[in-house]
Design a protein around this ligand. Structure first.
Ligand code: HEM
Length: 128
């Protein structure tokens, strides 16, 4: 199968990135349980759908400056018991895989740099 990699960033491919990433998160032994605890294990549930839409808006805000996202990115992470540096490392590794499946290397760099910076910032604030 030939995969068409995107060399521009828009709402449609951001949503595709998000919908590629979270199913892999759910299946992951390290990161999956944190999400299952909060949102359950059925990616097609209403709770998950809300999360996927919210996270698509978050990335559109972060990368494109789109104003639909008005949430508090860090806040829910304070409530995740047992969240660790190891979990963040794994989150990033899965995110990079999803980025590589969606974007060309050059475009993917925007997402990789940004996600790594945000993860560092979260870990510092969470004191982990
Ligand atoms: C081990 C790493 C992580 C875990 C386990 C994790 C888990 C979660 C969970 C369980 C939620 C709450 C879902 C809900 O109640 O609706 C959430 C929300 C969110 N996460 Fe993460 N997350 C991680 C890392 C990250 C990183 C690195 C980013 C950004 C690059 C991020 C961005 C967000 C955003 C934007 C929200 C929604 C915040 C809002 O309510 O507006 N997360 N995350």
């Amino acid at each position: 199968m030939t995969i068409e990699l995107e060399n521009t960033i828009n709402d449609e491919n951001i949503e595709r990135l998000v919908r590629t990433f979270y199913p892999s998160v759910l299946e992951d032994k390290i990161v999956g349980p944190f999400f299952i605890e909060k949102l359950g294990s059925d990616i097609s549930s209403g709770k998950w759908e809300e999360h996927l839409v919210l996270l698509s808006q978050f990335w559109a805000f972060t990368i494109l400056g789109d104003e639909a996202y008005t949430g508090h990115p860090l806040a829910p992470h304070f409530e995740i018991e047992g969240i660790s540096r190891e979990a963040f490392k794994q989150w990033l590794s899965l995110f990079y895989d999803a980025v590589d499946k969606t974007y060309t290397e050059k475009i993917g760099e925007f997402f990789k740099t940004k996600s790594a910076d945000i993860a560092e910032n979260f870990m510092r604030k969470l004191e982990i």
